[in-house]
Design a protein around this ligand. Sequence first.
Ligand code: AP5
Length: 241
Amino acid sequence: MVAPAHSAVQPKARNVGPIILLGAPGAGKGTQAKQIMEAYGIPQISTGDILRANVAQGTELGKQAKAIMERGELVPDQLVCDMVAQRLLQTDCERGFILDGFPRTVAQAEWLDQFLASERFARQKCAHLPPVVIEIAVGYNQLLKRLTGRRSCPTCGRIYNVHFQPPRVTDVCDVDGAKLVTRKDDSEEVIAERLKAYERQTLPLTEYYKGKGRLRVLDGEKDPDLVTAETLKAIEHGHSM
Ligand code: AP5
């Protein structure tokens, strides 16, 4: 039997180290990150969410990222790495964290390896633990359907899908009643660009992490609760190796 995705089980209290979620746009990284967060009580670091918050607040970083994101291209490595460094040094990351959407280029992955081994990061309790890298694999047609059908809650961040995970009332969040929104980059042209950027710049990461013996690939086309069960199993296995 599959464990319920939203269980009332207490989060595990031990250190887990970095969990890296790889996968194409729409593969379900954000959906699974939220379940891991509940299971382990560690934060989800979504570079996409942090960038979107910067765009909404009109910060200097947001001004630099806005047009790039609207075209579906990747924000320059240096900007993203600086932003991630600041976030990973915060105290809520000391027991572990989930990286959702980072790294996304081989240069970002190399930077991350160096950062996790650096003096700057050494004071975090999870610093010595090896990362667990999970790729969520989903085919092209399914990705398109998921991205065009995605809706999210602007208040609590819960993710829905009009085809696969609809809210109880159309366009209304089950949790807090807010009106659901469609992400600006979920239009068909921008989705096509994001998928191209993924193939060109992010797919090579699979070989990078395979070469380090860290990669676990999961079938992301299964029911979300089944994917969660396999994700949690992969994390437990990764940390007992
Ligand atoms: P980002 O926000 O990271 O977007 P993304 O990688 O394109 O991923 P998504 O958030 O679209 O998909 P997801 O895998 O999280 O899927 P989700 O769980 O929502 O990045 C946006 C932009 O920011 C980039 O284009 C770039 O410009 C910039 N950026 C971000 N990070 C960067 C970096 N490191 N470097 C440079 N630039 C960066 O699920 C999708 C839908 O499917 C939902 O509707 C969900 O309900 C549904 N679903 C999920 N799982 C299932 C399932 N098993 N079955 C059926 N439906 C499912």
